[in-house]
Design a protein around this ligand. Structure first.
Ligand code: NAP
Length: 260
């Protein structure tokens, strides 16, 4: 079912941060398949981002890629201006409809060994980034729009080495509920999607490339395997469908049933 066939005939527009690879890329494509136009961001992988844009266009949707470092909030006003210009130029619109705060990095360090620099980097990218990026984009997000924040299964279960990362993701889950509370008056629903371990480049691609880690996770997953990007993008795209409009302020885990 197309998401563009509601009373408003113009297609919905999604902004996916970190759309050049992994889950963001998969989400961008899943949204396009459902009739949503996409603006995706990349930090370093411009060529990969442009490939995703080209793929979205072959699906018949409009797409653009913009550079963004979510770890540097000082750049957010300029990014908002670039987004505003892109919306006007490509869509003749002033607002977009869906914000997916997905960009992120993996880091593995025991609590006893985590440096302040590692902690600060995770905090800037995973917590401060979504907080102030969302703030900067609020004037450009349409009333009745939606926000999805990416968290992790690691906020529910603990694996040694992910303490700082998971603490930031826990913050994102609280932020989600507060955003839902404060934006409800504008008809904006805000939810968290928490993937389990997924085979991407994340954290150096360990889950995908290390056979031992992969087998361990598969063994702890009710559905008996490790997740793939295609297990996540369609979840986010479906959550943003009109049929799911009443789901708000929720943490939805998509992990195949890890550590039950
Ligand atoms: P990935 O394959 O490594 O892709 C990361 C994406 O984020 C890339 O598009 C990258 O851009 C972008 N990015 C990284 N740092 C950035 C920064 N400082 N500013 C802006 N963009 C940045 O990772 P992924 O697995 O898709 O992860 C996506 C999200 O899902 C993250 O929030 C992660 O915490 C979460 N998550 C992942 C897993 C998993 O097992 N994979 C599980 C639970 C949650 P470039 O390509 O341009 O570098």
């Amino acid at each position: 079912m197309s998401m563009s066939s509601s009373s408003n005939t113009s297609p919905k527009i999604a902004l996916v941060t970190g759309g050049s690879r992994g889950l963001g890329r998969n989400t961008a494509l899943a949204l396009a398949r459902r009739g949503v136009d996409v603006i995706l961001t990349y930090r370093s992988q411009r060529a990969e981002a442009e490939q995703v844009v080209a793929e979205i266009r072959t699906l018949g949707r409009r797409a653009k890629a913009l550079p963004l470092d979510v770890g540097h909030s000082s750049g957010f006003p300029a990014f908002a201006a670039a987004l505003r210009a892109q919306l006007a130029e490509t869509w003749q619109r002033e607002r977009f409809d869906f914000l997916i705060n997905n960009a992120g990095i993996g880091a593995h360090a025991l609590l006893a060994e985590t440096s302040e620099a590692q902690f600060d980097e995770l905090m800037r990218i995973h917590l401060k980034g979504p907080f102030f990026l969302t703030q900067a984009l609020l004037p450009l997000l349409a009333d009745g729009g939606r926000i999805v924040n990416l968290s992790s299964g690691l906020t529910r279960f603990a694996l040694p080495g992910y303490g700082a990362y998971a603490a930031m993701k826990g913050g994102v889950e609280v932020l989600t509920r507060y955003l839902a509370k404060e934006l409800g008056g504008r008809g904006i629903a805000v939810n968290t999607v928490a993937p389990g371990a997924i085979e991407t480049d994340f954290g150096g691609g360990t889950v995908r490339d290390n056979a031992q880690v992969n087998a361990f996770i598969a063994g702890q997953t009710a559905l008996g395997r490790v997740g793939l990007p295609d297990d996540i993008g369609p979840v986010i795209a479906a959550l943003l469908a009109e049929d799911n409009r009443w789901i708000n302020a929720q943490r939805i885990e998509a992990s195949g049933g890890m550590f039950l």
